[in-house]
Ligand binder design. Structure first.
Ligand code: FUB
Length: 352
């Protein structure tokens, strides 16, 4: 090859691999942005990350987990138990939110709302069980609070554009009040909302204590779309949770008192239901066990609460998580509570 041709080829190669000054600047800017984002993410994690085993949050007492997964991130909402060892009732002033990219490490994302978000509620220490669902870009948080003027517990719904909140009570009144249901004389029979949106877009609200009830929700997620229906059940206590997998509908709930977690399956969101058994055994000290299910990065998990945090008790509970595998026929196996919790399952899609 002649010298002139060689020089030409080298020039071409040089031009191909050597970026211009402005290309270098753009690249450096991009790298700086990535490093900054990484550092910010690390800072959040260093400051707020909880450890990896059960119970998940070793510094505070937590209960009644609700969860969902979006963009490879698991979001967990809990009520904070602030009762002292002497208290004889729940003291729950706020719901707290956490997120995880691997189901082991949980970042504290603060307080998305307090009972005071519901102006019609007494709203001080009754951040009881909640559930959260996303529809058309908005997050709907359903929760149980004490009604200020209609005696008894009530269910409200608050809306947000972000999982972290702020959640606003757009409706401005309770969705369910104690006077709307007459099957049980107790004032806390309208608690523990569990919300499910089916593939055809129809949303359902399940709830109840001692008597299980459900109603359809309108597309706006803030109004009932039909009558309240009662489901006759054996030893139902509370915490109904509806989910669907491979065409099977699962209605799980807390059964008996002290509670164990049991479930039924059916061909539709309203049954008919077939009882399938107990998934998780009763806790030793605390009588409740409230749970939720999620699918995260190809694996299945149950979140629940127990009494395993030192100093724990009836009103000082602690949220935990276990991984499990559905049986080949779609049934849920018995799930043992563990101290270790699940193995790390880092989600490549995690953006938080
Ligand atoms: O946290 C208060 C109540 O205890 C919840 O609403 C029930 O599910 C039970 O966990």
């Amino acid at each position: 090859m002649g010298t002139a041709k060689k020089i030409m080829q080298q020039k071409e190669i040089h031009q191909k691999v050597t970026p211009t000054e402005s290309e270098v600047k753009i690249k450096l800017k991009k790298i700086a942005a990535i490093v900054a984002a990484g550092m910010a993410f690390a800072a959040v994690n260093v400051a707020n990350v909880a450890h990896a085993a059960n119970p998940l949050f070793p510094k505070i007492f937590t209960a009644d987990p609700a969860a969902f997964v979006e963009d490879g991130v698991a979001y967990l909402y809990v009520g904070r138990d602030e009762a002292t060892p002497k208290d004889k009732d729940y003291v729950m002033k706020e719901w707290r939110m956490y997120s995880s990219c691997d189901m082991q490490n949980w970042t504290d994302r603060g307080v998305p709302l307090k009972p005071s978000a519901f102006k019609w509620a007494i709203g001080k220490v009754d951040a009881w069980a909640a559930d959260i669902v996303k529809r058309d870009g908005k997050y709907y948080f359903y929760s149980t609070v004490d009604h200020a003027t209609i005696p008894g517990r009530a269910i409200g719904v608050a809306v947000s554009d972000e999982p972290e909140g702020p959640f606003i009570d757009v409706r401005g009144s309770a969705l369910i009040t104690n006077d709307m249901t007459k099957e049980s004389p107790i004032f806390w029979d309208d608690i523990d909302p569990g919300v499910f949106i089916d593939d055809d877009g129809q949303a359902y609200l399940y709830w109840g204590n001692t008597v299980l009830k459900y109603a359809k929700l309108k597309k706006n997620m803030m109004e009932l779309d039909g009558p309240i229906v009662t489901v006759g059940m054996d030893r139902f206590t509370e915490a109904p949770y509806l989910h669907k997998r491979n065409g099977i509908y699962y209605l799980s709930y807390s059964r008996e008192y002290p509670e164990e977690t049991a479930y039924m399956t059916g061909p539709s969101p309203t049954g008919p239901w077939t009882y399938r058994g107990v998934i998780m055994s009763k806790n030793k000290v605390v009588k409740t066990i409230h749970h939720a299910f999620i699918e995260f990065n190809g694996k299945s998990y149950i979140v629940y609460h127990n009494d395993k945090l030192p100093g724990g008790g009836e009103f000082r509970r602690s949220v935990a998580v276990e991984e499990f595998t559905y049986n080949a026929d779609g049934t849920i196996p018995y799930i043992k509570q563990t101290k270790e919790g699940p193995k790390a399952n880092p989600s490549p899609a995690c953006s938080r």
